[in-house]
Ligand binder design. Structure first.
Ligand SMILES: Cc1cc2nc3c(=O)[nH]c(=O)nc-3n(C[C@H](O)[C@H](O)[C@H](O)COP(=O)(O)OP(=O)(O)OC[C@H]3O[C@@H](n4cnc5c(N)ncnc54)[C@H](O)[C@@H]3O)c2cc1C
Length: 94
């Protein structure tokens, strides 16, 4: 469910960029920057847990976990993207 959520939101962001340009797609772009790395982190965590001790010893899963964690900061922290989404949502009703 979470992977589909990320996939569909990515497609929506791409559609919004094509249809409305960068400034018309700020909400979707910021949203996917929060959702995709968090879903990746959650999925890799589940994969590690399922495999028990082997999961924490697996170099690929360890690398993916580090990568997912870095992605929640590298293009700006989650909080900054959440702030963008919140400001744009509130602006609609002011
Ligand atoms: C591997 C990697 C690659 C990177 N690549 C690039 C790159 O190519 N180009 C580039 O420009 N930068 C890049 N960065 C920098 C990255 O954008 C910053 O690390 C990130 O924006 C966080 O800034 P900071 O490290 O100064 O932490 P801070 O700004 O000190 O943030 C620390 C924490 O404070 C909180 N916080 C910060 N601001 C807010 C806010 N407005 N609202 C609420 N909470 C907030 C968050 O919890 C955040 O995690 C990269 C970083 C990493 C780790």
């Amino acid at each position: 469910m979470a992977i589909d959520q990320a996939r569909l939101l990515t497609l929506k962001a791409a559609w919004a960029l094509d249809k409305h340009g960068v400034f018309g797609a700020l909400t979707e772009v910021s949203a996917i920057k929060v959702i995709a790395p968090n879903v990746l982190q959650m999925v890799v965590d589940a994969a590690i847990q399922i495999h028990g001790g082997e999961g924490v010893s697996d170099p690929e899963l360890s690398m993916l976990m580090a990568m997912a964690r870095v992605l929640r900061l590298a293009d700006g922290p989650d909080e900054v993207h959440r702030g963008v989404v919140a400001r744009l949502e509130i602006k609609k009703y002011v």
